[in-house]
Design a protein around this ligand. Structure first.
Ligand SMILES: [Zn+2]
Length: 279
C-alpha cells in the first residue's frame, strides 16, 4: 500500500502456533474462540508479519520474525519449522538484505529478532542485514541480557549478540524521531522496553504497535496477552491510542494477525472494530 510518499509492504515470515491462553490472557476461550480458530491441540495460528517501509531514500524493516536458526526446543515452543520467508519475501519486492538501512526491533523476543541473523555456513549466527542499524530501546536491551524467569524462554542471546558484536546495534532511550516520518515510541506493556513505530507521510499515519495489539481481537482493552509483563500498562496505552487512531482515520498494522495486516479502526458507537485495508 501507499502511505503518502512511502511504500508499505508486509512479508509473512512464518506462521507459529501458540497457546490460546497465552495470547488472550484472562479472556475465556468461549469468547476468544469466536475470533480465531484453534487446532486440535488448542493452539492458535499466529503469523509473523514483517513490515517493510520504503521512503524513497531509505529501506526499513519492523521486526524480523523467527529466522531459520531455531533449536528443537524453540521449534516446539513456537510450533513451527524454521522455514523463514524473510529473504524470499524481500527478493519478491526486489530488495537485497544489504540494501536495508534500518531494522527496528519493537522488542527482542525471539519471534521479533530471530530473522536478524543467518547461518554463516558453519552453524554460527551472523547478521543478515550487514549494513543496517538495528534499533531498540535501552530498557529492552537490559531486560534481554538479564531476563527474569518469566521471560527467559523468549530471549535468545545468540540472535542479538551477533548484532552487538558487529557494531550494528543502536540503542535509544524513550521517544525518538529516527528519520523524517519514522517515530519510535516507548510503550512498555508487553515488556518494559517494548516500542511502537509511527510512520507518517503527507498527513497519513500508520501505527505499528506490535505486541500491544497483536491480533484484531486485541483492539478490545481487556484482550491482553498473558505473556505481557505489565498488562495494565498495555490497557492504558490502548485506551489512549486506539480511539485517537479511529477518530483520525489513521491506519493500524498487526504483527501477528492472519487475515488482516493493516486496518482502519471504526467506532460503531458501541465498540471499536477493525476494517481491513489491502496492503
Ligand atoms: Zn513478544
Amino acid at each position: 500500500m501507499k502511505l503518502g510518499k512511502f511504500q508499505i509492504d508486509v512479508i509473512v515470515e512464518n506462521t507459529a502456533y501458540v497457546d490460546g491462553g497465552m495470547m488472550f490472557g484472562v479472556v475465556p476461550k468461549k469468547l476468544w474462540s469466536k475470533d480465531v480458530q484453534v487446532n486440535e491441540q488448542n493452539l492458535v495460528p499466529m503469523d509473523l508479519n514483517v513490515f517493510v517501509i520504503r521512503t524513497g531514500e531509505m529501506i526499513l524493516l519492523v521486526d524480523t520474525g523467527l529466522g531459520e536458526m531455531l533449536s528443537e526446543r524453540q521449534q516446539k515452543i513456537y510450533g513451527t519449522a524454521p522455514e523463514s520467508r524473510l529473504e524470499s519475501g524481500l527478493a519478491e519486492l526486489g530488495i537485497k538484505p544489504d540494501e536495508v538501512d534500518y531494522v527496528i526491533h519493537t522488542h527482542l523476543h525471539l519471534d521479533h529478532v530471530g530473522g536478524a541473523v543467518k547461518d554463516d555456513g558453519d552453524g554460527n549466527p551472523v547478521p543478515r542485514f550487514s549494513r543496517a542499524q538495528h534499533i531498540l530501546q535501552k530498557l529492552e536491551w537490559e531486560a534481554a541480557n538479564d531476563p527474569d524467569e518469566r521471560s527467559e524462554a523468549a530471549y535468545d542471546k545468540s540472535k542479538f549478540m551477533p548484532l552487538y558484536d558487529a557494531g550494528l546495534l543502536k540503542i535509544i532511550e524513550g521517544n525518538v524521531e529516527l528519520i523524517p516520518g519514522i517515530k519510535l515510541v516507548l510503550t512498555g506493556g508487553h515488556t518494559m522496553g517494548h516500542q511502537g513505530v509511527i510512520v507518517e507521510s503527507e498527513g497519513e499515519r500508520l501505527f505499528l504497535f506490535a505486541d500491544i495489539v497483536p491480533f484484531q481481537s486485541h483492539i478490545r482493552p481487556a484482550y491482553v496477552a498473558s505473556a505481557d509483563l505489565f498488562p495494565l500498562e498495555t490497557i492504558k496505552i490502548k485506551k489512549e491510542l486506539l480511539p485517537d487512531i479511529a477518530q483520525h482515520g489513521w491506519y493500524l498494522g498487526f504483527d501477528h494477525e492472519i487475515d488482516i495486516k493493516v486496518c482502519r479502526i471504526i467506532d460503531t458507537g458501541m465498540k471499536l472494530v477493525a476494517e481491513k485495508v489491502e496492503v
